[in-house]
Every structure is written in structure tokens, then in C-alpha cells.
Ligand binder design. Structure first.
Ligand code: SAM
Length: 472
């Protein structure tokens, strides 16, 4: 029976409720009256239920779809301005005991070179990332209790936070590792992680079990209830996502929103981020063998509908997607992107050939970070390396409170400007610096409070003289 407050995955992600929702959405996909009502509610900026959002996703009326896209753009602007937060993934180990049929790290893949970084190698990777200008990482690892136990992940976090190289510093480490115990989540929390990210892959239990035939990840309930355990362990920023292509996208969309509603109902705070990965070609993996691939138009509709349904949740798009696709999705709701990413273990210090067998998946956007930054700015975005919320304890419900009272701009805009200035001073090419300095002059004027504006100007001068790490 469907119960968003239950801790049982079969109750908060209820198959029958998803099927009923899809039926309701099909019956109403041309019900202009209802669609208008839902759009009207969405305009209040407080989000939608999974049923309402699923009707919008199913809607095939061109005029209404245009309204949906416009509204997504508006919500994105109202809540996030033109800021885009940058991060990079760091692959620690590709040893894995699971059998995920879409992932090249699956245990039966005998021709992929297996590698686990030593702490010394992690240092080299992180210095290479700091030299690009990154301040925020997402660490990634396969699941292997012998090769990658929690102690290894904790040691790696300690190493990463401890590296001070020139003006570089990693100020926020998000963690994307397999579902684990409350005790281990407590340890990750104590180690000072930012967001705990775990993709559900698919919310369809039957498909989930087939797609994960062997290994601990086969256990659907354990995986689906992981965010509850993470929150019980003290982690209040969690990141959701499904891997589009595995199952029907409408099923996944409904399940994803039910998961968000569940977290809100039980813990009083929804997901901090939602990622939108699509399955990609990789060693031993051919995306064509999966029946549910989605085209760019469908992808755009999903991004827009997520943006409308959960306005306070950040949205992440990775370099799995091309420059063209990322440009299209950015204004529909994306607030964070990766840049200059390598998906192989050890790929930053020793760049691998373009066709690298140890990579987790083929990267579509291969541009260096500096190029991505210049491109963002030329498209009218303000790149941000800000990690201040995390450093100032503005996480979980405290972060959501500030978001909901629309005060987040007072922190984010000045912090984005100052972290961009740090980037320009320390890492940018002359062309990027020129574009960035001009942008900063415009962006300062958007700060409403004269007091904050003057403080930012003062800090920008200090950054030019070599001081770092200013934040509001
Ligand atoms: N091993 C961890 C786990 O089990 O959740 C997470 C780390 S894994 C490196 C990160 C994500 O990459 C997975 O959750 C999956 O959604 C995604 N992924 C795996 N194979 C992929 C592929 N062929 N194309 C695109 N994304 C893929």
C-alpha cells in the first residue's frame, strides 16, 4: 500500500501507485483545463505532486508544452539566477563485486584494467584538479568490501581535504558510493562530506533485480532505502537520480518524485540535488541493447518537469552529455555541471588516450574546464565555485529554509562572484579572464544591498592582492 511516510521501499515507492499515476496522466494528457490548473499551481513556485507533474510530462499539446518550458526557465531564473556551480568527478577505484549490466565495472568484465588509487596517487589527482581550478569534487567508486572498504573512502576524504597546493583547496567533497549502513553514513558525515549521491538506476523493482543480477546491489530494498539510512546517519544533503535508458522514463520520473516526497514527509527535507544521467557507450556496454533510450526532446521535457516539480532541488548534468545538449538543458533548470572531467581511475594526473578502456563511460563534452567556463560566460551564465553553504552549516533543512524564503540570492550571488574572481586570478587563460572580469562588473550591480555590494568590491580587491576564501 502506498505510504510516503513509511520506511519500507515497497510502500514509499509503490508500484501500483506509479501505474495508477501513469494511467491518470494518460487519461488527462489532453485535459487542457486540468493542465492549466497544474501550471497555475506550479507558477506559485512551491512545487507539484508526482501525479500533477506526471500529467505535465505526459502532455503532448504543443502550446501547453511551450508554457511548461517557459515556466521551467522562469523558475530556474527566480531560484538560481544565472549561476552555474562547477564540480569534477574523481574516480578512486573501479574494483567492483556487482553485476550491473549497464556498467563496465561489472565483476564479470575481465578485460577492463582494474585500478585503485593509493593515497599518493590521490594527491596527484587532486593537485591536477586544483591546478584546473576545481574546489568541489564528487568521489566515485565501485562497490568492493575488500578493495574499497569504508576505511579506504574515509582515508581518501582525509587526504583530499588535507591537500593545500598553491592557492588550491578542495572545499566540498560529495560522495557517490554504493548503499551502505547507518554506521558508515555516520562516519562519512563525521568526515565532513557534502552531498551523499546515490542513483536509484531504476525505480521499477522487477527491472532493477534483472539489471543488477548479482552482488549486494541486487537488493532493491537495501538500495532504495539507502537515503533514509544516510539521513539517519546525519547526512542531510542527499542526491537522487535515475539512469535514463534502463526503464520507461515516465515510470522513473514518477518514482523519482515519490522518493523526493518521501524524504520530505519523513525528514522534513527533500533531496539536495537530482542528477539526470543517460546511459552511454562504455567498454563491454552497448546502450542500443537497452530499449528505453530517450531522445533530446524527451530529455528536455524531463528536465523542465523536474525543475517545475521540485524548485528547491539543484539539478546536475554531467559530461556524459555533449556541449550542445548541455547548453539546451542549462536554461531549463540545471544548476550544477561537471567540467574537464575524466571518468577513468587516475585520469587527471596521467591523461589517458581519448579511447580509454578503463573509463566508466564515454565522455561527450571533453573540453578543458577553462573552455567550459568561457563558454558558460558567453552564454550569459555566472560560473560559481562556491562551497560556502556547506562550510557555514547551511545544509539540509537550514538550506531549504533559506531557499524557500528566497534569501539564497543574498549569499549565492556575492559568493559566485568572489569564487569566480579567485578562479580568474589563479587559473584562467587571458581570454577567459577578460570575459570573466567584464562579467563580474555586470554581476556586482545585481547585488541589491549596498552594504554587501561594497563588501564584495572590497573583497575583489583583496583577491587581486592574493587573499583567498571570502564568503558570505
Ligand atoms: N558504484 C556506485 C553505486 O553502485 O552506486 C556508484 C558509482 S558509479 C561510478 C556512478 C553512476 O554511474 C552509477 O550509479 C550509474 O548510474 C552510472 N553509470 C554506470 N554505467 C553507466 C553507463 N554505461 N553510462 C552512463 N552512466 C553509467
Amino acid at each position: 500500500m502506498y505510504n510516503p511516510k513509511s520506511h519500507d521501499a515497497d510502500e514509499f515507492i509503490c508500484h501500483e501507485e506509479i501505474l495508477d499515476t501513469l494511467k491518470y496522466a494518460d487519461e488527462n494528457k489532453n485535459n487542457i483545463n486540468l493542465i492549466d490548473k497544474i501550471i497555475h499551481k506550479a507558477k506559485l513556485g512551491k512545487g507539484l505532486t508526482h501525479r500533477e507533474a506526471s500529467v505535465l510530462l505526459a502532455c503532448d499539446d504543443e502550446e501547453k508544452n511551450n508554457e511548461i518550458f517557459k515556466l521551467a526557465e522562469k523558475i530556474k531564473k527566480d531560484y538560481y539566477g544565472n549561476r552555474i556551480v562547477l564540480f569534477a568527478p574523481l574516480y578512486l577505484s573501479n574494483y567492483c563485486v556487482n553485476g550491473c549490466v549497464y556498467c563496465p565495472y561489472h565483476a564479470k568484465n575481465k578485460h577492463i584494467p582494474r585500478k585503485k588509487l593509493t593515497q599518493e596517487e590521490i594527491k596527484n589527482e587532486v593537485i591536477a584538479l586544483q591546478d584546473m581550478g576545481h574546489k568541489r569534487l564528487a568521489i566515485e567508486s565501485g562497490e568492493d568490501p575488500v578493495n574499497n572498504p569504508i576505511e579506504y573512502i574515509l582515508d581518501s576524504i582525509k587526504t583530499i581535504y588535507g591537500i593545500k597546493h598553491k592557492n588550491g583547496a578542495i572545499r566540498r567533497i560529495n560522495v557517490n558510493i554504493a548503499a551502505t549502513t547507518v554506521e558508515n553514513y555516520k562516519k562519512l558525515h563525521e568526515a565532513g562530506i557534502g552531498t551523499y549521491i546515490l542513483f536509484q538506476e531504476t525505480y521499477n523493482k522487477e527491472s532493477y533485480e534483472k539489471l543488477h543480477p548479482t552482488g549486494p546491489k541486487h537488493n532493491y530494498k537495501y538500495h532504495t532505502e539507502a537515503m533514509d539510512r544516510a539521513m539517519q546517519g546525519g547526512i542531510d544533503d542527499v542526491g537522487l537520480g535515475v539512469l535514463y535508458g534502463l526503464e520507461s522514463y515516465r515510470y522513473e520520473f514518477t518514482g523519482l518524485l515519490m522518493h523526493a516526497e518521501h524524504l520530505e514527509a519523513v525528514f522534513g527535507v527533500g533531496p539536495h540535488t537530482i542528477s539526470v544521467p543517460r546511459i552511454k557507450k562504455a567498454d563491454d556496454i552497448d546502450p542500443q541493447t537497452f530499449d528505453n533510450g530517450i531522445d533530446d526532446d524527451t530529455f528536455a521535457k524531463i528536465v523542465a518537469c523536474i525543475r517545475i516539480a521540485v524548485p528547491y532541488t539543484g539539478m546536475i548534468i554531467s559530461t556524459r552529455e555533449s556541449e550542445e545538449c548541455r547548453a539546451r538543458m542549462l536554461h531549463l533548470g540545471i544548476s550544477q555541471i561537471s567540467g574537464g572531467s575524466k571518468t577513468s581511475v587516475g585520469g587527471y594526473f596521467k591523461p589517458m588516450p581519448e579511447k580509454d578502456d578503463s573509463a566508466q563511460f564515454d565522455v561527450s563534452d571533453r573540453r578543458p574546464l577553462d573552455e567550459v567556463l568561457k563558454w558558460l560566460m558567453e552564454l550569459g551564465y555566472l560560473p560559481s565555485f562556491c562551497t560556502a553553504c556547506y562550510g557555514s552549516g547551511r545544509t539540509g533543512d537550514r538550506f531549504m529554509e533559506i531557499c524557500k524564503s528566497q534569501q539564497i540570492h543574498n549569499f549565492c550571488q556575492p559568493n559566485a562572484i568572489m569564487t569566480l574572481k579567485e578562479y580568474l586570478a589563479d587559473y584562467a587563460s587571458p581570454e577567459t579572464r577578460k570575459v570573466g572580469d567584464a562579467l563580474i562588473l555586470q554581476e556586482i550591480e545585481k547585488i541589491e544591498s549596498e552594504e554587501i555590494k561594497n563588501k564584495v568590491k572590497e573583497n575583489l580587491e583583496k583577491i587581486e592582492k592574493g587573499e583567498r576564501n571570502f564568503k558570505f
